[in-house]
Design a protein. Structure first.
Length: 466
């Protein structure tokens, strides 16, 4: 028994040594110059998230849903699909975004999915959504542009969460009655906003052409949202009577739509396809933006920096261009200039958690110092206050580990795994944090000790639900 006890103690101290070693000597995470987006990945990007929220906020407001910070995500998936899940959250495939011809079509789809949320059409889908959550498929991890931090040892820090495909295929299907109900709700929301429903009708008209195809060749949206002629007729009749039939959207919405479509297309398509759709001689902002992105993807950072500086000169108050500039400078290891770019982006778009995480990452890249540690803690704490994410907690764990604060590092890892619903690892890390706090017996860790205890209770409750 004594030998076993000694072995356990030796193993415990060895694990602490290894953790501290990794915290101090893990290579810095680098932004990949030519990111590869895999099918099923969720795109996390400040600009994409902000624009999609601008689209969804007024719709949620008209629906009587909480509109302060609606959750809407774009998935890297070429199939035409969109779906809503409990939470609530709405997901849009890149295939649907690229298939939409204008902002009014995308807004029509968002209004329809908001109808499912407002009418509570989730009773048969909640379990599949929870199963996806347990695998860390839906909890957000964020990073630099498009969430791409190469060399990450952790799925949370990657920012591109895979596996959502299972939730789409297994959980997202509605009855014809629910579809008609969501249509009616969408039309009500659009009328309240004085927006035309023509976009919704046009999008459904595209889907209608697929009904004669074999099921295997139909879009996922059509298979999970059964379309009927009665629904099409109902929407057409509504449009005909609506005083907003021909009313144009606010100009900014069409500009937003063109920007994110160009941006995501430039990141996800071949160079030849991008050049074809957004040729270099096209002087529009979306085309010039797309050209800057593919120049960056090709690894020509100096040329990409010149292009984005040109866009900034014409649009000096655009935070997202400073974001892209910061990304390029980070890749060039010009950390002080990158920090300046992200600080400018943050002034133009305050409370953007991705910018705080980017700044924390840059200070981690710089030489270690007490001053840098304070800045890192400030930026990470701000990011967590705004939108707690596994990435932020992982970065805090690394920071605490480098300072030799094993208990606080373990607590941060527990928080990270709690967000990802990885109950087993969250429990292990919470217990490790408690063990360390009790060994140190420091009064200043009383609050953290209580938090570790709270996490253990929360995990027991969650595991009891299963």
């Amino acid at each position: 028994k004594k030998d076993r006890k000694v072995s356990f103690k030796a193993l415990y101290f060895l694990s602490i040594f290894l953790f501290l070693f990794l915290c101090n000597f893990l290579p810095s995470q680098r932004v990949e110059s030519s990111p590869i987006l895999r099918n099923g990945n969720i795109i996390f990007d400040a600009e994409v998230s902000w624009i999609m929220c601008q689209f969804l906020k007024p719709i949620y407001g008209a629906a009587g849903l909480p509109a302060k910070n609606p959750k809407v995500y774009i998935i890297m998936d070429s199939t035409v699909n969109a779906f809503a899940v409990p939470g609530p959250a709405i997901f849009i495939n890149t295939g649907l975004l690229f298939d939409a011809d204008s902002a009014i079509e995308l807004l029509g789809v968002l209004a329809h999915e908001s109808g499912h949320v407002a009418r509570h059409h989730f009773s048969r889908r909640t379990q599949a959504y929870e199963d996806a959550q347990k695998k860390g498929m839906i909890m957000g991890g964020v990073g630099l542009l498009l969430g791409l931090l190469a060399g990450s040892p952790d799925v949370g820090i990657a920012g591109l969460m895979g596996g959502i495909d299972a939730a789409q295929k297994n959980a997202m299907s509605f009855t014809r009655g629910q579809e008609a109900s969501a249509d009616q709700a969408a039309l009500d929301f659009l009328d309240k906003l004085q927006w035309s429903a023509q976009g919704l009708y046009n999008f459904f008209k595209k889907l209608e052409k697929q009904e004669l195809l074999p099921v295997s060749r139909q879009s996922q949206f059509l298979r999970s949202h059964p379309l009927t002629q009665e629904r099409m007729n109902y929407i057409a009749q509504h449009i005909e009577k609506s005083p907003y039939k021909d009313k144009a959207l606010p100009k900014a919405f069409n500009e937003y739509f063109d920007r994110i479509k160009a941006k995501i297309y430039a990141y996800t398509s071949s160079y030849a396809d991008v050049d074809k759709l957004y040729p270099a001689q096209n002087t529009s902002l979306p085309a010039q933006y797309a050209q800057a992105i593919i120049t960056y993807r090709k690894g020509n950072l100096a040329a990409a920096l010149i292009k984005i500086k040109g866009l900034i000169k014409k649009n000096p108050n655009d935070s997202f261009f400073y974001d892209f500039k910061g990304l390029i400078l980070t890749e060039q290891k010009k950390f002080d200039q990158a920090i300046e770019a992200y600080e400018t982006a943050l002034k133009l778009l305050p409370n953007e958690p991705l910018y705080y995480l980017s700044l924390a990452q840059l200070y981690i890249e710089k030489k270690k110092s007490i001053l840098n540690d304070k800045k890192i803690r400030f930026y990470l704490s701000k990011a967590i206050q705004i939108d707690s994410s596994p990435t932020a907690w992982y970065m805090i764990a690394i920071l605490e580990g480098r300072r030799g604060r094993v208990g606080l590092a373990a607590l941060a890892l527990s928080e990270k795994n709690l967000l990802m619903r990885n109950w087993k690892e969250a429990k292990v890390q919470a217990k490790r944090a408690l063990h360390h706090f009790k060994r140190k017996r420091k009064r200043k860790n009383l609050e953290e000790e209580q938090r570790a205890k709270d996490i253990l209770v929360m995990i027991e409750v969650e595991q009891g639900k299963g």
